[in-house]
Design a protein around this ligand. Structure first.
Ligand code: SDX
Length: 403
């Protein structure tokens, strides 16, 4: 095929879209959502306000935010039939496997999500009805992300599902449904609620990471957004991506005491182990989110007490940042290195950590999906080519004639 060239492995230097949503400068450790520096948003905004910003492109007015929050919270209730769906999993099913399936199942509840209808009901900026339909699907997915995640959490513990009281914030209602400390009567803790809201905000979007690309690849066939989001959730589940926050804690537990860190790093250099929570395709310096997560961890530890793995994490962090093997490969902490310590200190089970990444990332996936649906000239299906290196033409040989 003339003119075709294979992109660098893993799309190393390949841009597949133009976007106005998130900006990353990997050399200088810069991250901005719609132009706003992540540090300012973490300091002054909230997850749900940032959700509006990422999806619609501007910070909302009070009225716009109140309407958005009302719609999201109204659509946070799951159909009662989904309870049977959650009870169909084995007692020890990984909550990300449950959540991925739940997003795909969600589309089957909504006639207008039917892909064939979707194809005919292409979203067009000039058609208010189709835009309203798109917004409703966006509200449903954001609102139900916490409910489905909480159901995946509670079904594993053999506990009934709960519906949070009206009037709670998005993050607070999630913590209420989880009641992850299992005391049966959820008591809000402002420090922990704020910490989770900041973590949600930091995880909301990150331009074209593997899971966002997956959502766009799937969504480009005009399938419904529930199915597209479920494929993003599947991609995020992997230990090279959102599963890294769980992998970091498993790594720290396997290292144990700080004095075992040098031997672990030597094993990493021999490629016998992976240093989870380090390295990034785009950041060639520390991930700017990791500094905010680290500071948030100190706030949380004031309430929960320090995690005994913190010393080991700090020793690992400090030694790796001074070790030429990692420095020469520009490996630095990413968003996952410290976040797991916070989730652990807050009392979440280990395999629930990637779910705490997936819930806020639904917003980023939807922002990119909406941008693609409304792009000028309409949606073009993503269908890359290949360079064929296989056998040339050859004749079929019946099995009794083969050697
Ligand atoms: C997230 O893309 C995003 O934006 C993702 C994310 C988001 O918000 O969506 O930021 C969230 O997924 C963060 C990353 C979480 N994953 C981990 O922490 C897993 C550990 N990290 C590595 O698997 C790796 O760094 C990746 C997957 C994150 C990036 O891989 P790349 O870009 O393909 O880099 P690479 O494998 O080509 O590595 C370059 C070199 C190699 O050495 P050489 O073979 O050239 O000698 O660095 C080495 C790698 O072996 N290397 C590591 C390493 N990461 C890379 N060596 C030891 N430990 C590591 N963690």
């Amino acid at each position: 095929e003339r003119g075709l060239r294979v992109a660098d492995r893993g799309f190393m230097n390949t841009a597949v879209i133009e976007s106005t949503i998130t900006y990353i400068d990997g050399d200088n450790g810069i991250l901005r959502y719609r132009g706003y520096p992540i540090e300012q948003l973490a300091e002054s905004s909230s997850f749900l306000e940032v959700a509006y910003l990422l999806i619609y492109g501007a910070l909302p007015s009070t009225r716009q935010f109140d309407l958005f929050e009302h719609e999201v919270m109204t659509h946070s209730i799951a159909h009662v039939d989904t309870e049977g769906f959650f009870h169909s999993f084995r007692y020890d099913a990984h909550p990300m496997a449950i959540l991925t399936s739940a997003f795909a199942a969600l589309g089957s509840y909504y006639a207008e999500a039917n892909p064939s209808l979707q194809g005919q009901a292409l979203f067009t900026k000039s058609d208010p009805a189709s835009l309203a339909n798109m917004d409703k699907q966006i509200y449903r997915l954001i609102g139900k992300a916490t409910t489905l995640a909480a159901m995946a959490y509670r079904v594993r513990q053999g506990r009934d599902f709960v519906v949070p009281p009206v009037g709670m914030s998005y993050t607070e209602s999630f913590l209420y449904q989880l009641d992850h400390l299992g005391e049966g009567d959820y008591r809000p803790n402002p420090v922990l609620s704020k910490a989770l809201d900041v973590l949600f905000l930091l995880h909301a979007d990150h331009e074209l990471n593997a899971s966002a690309t997956t959502v766009l690849q799937t969504g480009s066939s005009l399938v419904d957004p529930y199915s597209a989001i479920s494929t993003g959730c599947a991609s995020l589940y992997g230990p090279l991506h959102g599963g890294a926050n769980e992998a970091v804690i498993r790594m720290l537990i396997s290292i144990g005491k700080p004095e075992n860190v040098p031997a672990f790093l030597e094993a990493v250099k021999r490629r016998e182990k992976v240093l989870s929570g380090f390295g990034h395709r785009v950041y060639k310096t520390s991930d700017p989110r990791s500094f905010i997560v680290r500071r948030t961890a100190d706030e949380v530890f004031k309430v929960t007490g320090k995690d005994e793995l913190l010393e080991t994490a700090m020793k690992l962090h400090d030694m790796a940042l001074k070790d030429d093997y990692f420095v020469s490969r520009k490996l630095a902490p990413n968003v996952d290195f410290w976040s797991g310590l916070i989730y652990r200190a807050m009392g979440f089970p280990l395999d629930f950590f990637p779910v705490l990444f997936a819930v806020p990332r639904v917003v980023g996936w939807l922002a990119h999906w909406r941008q693609m649906m409304l792009q000028p000239g309409g949606v073009k299906i993503w269908r890359p080519r290949q360079i064929y290196l296989g056998a040339g033409k050859r004749e079929y040989v019946p099995i009794d004639k083969r050697k």
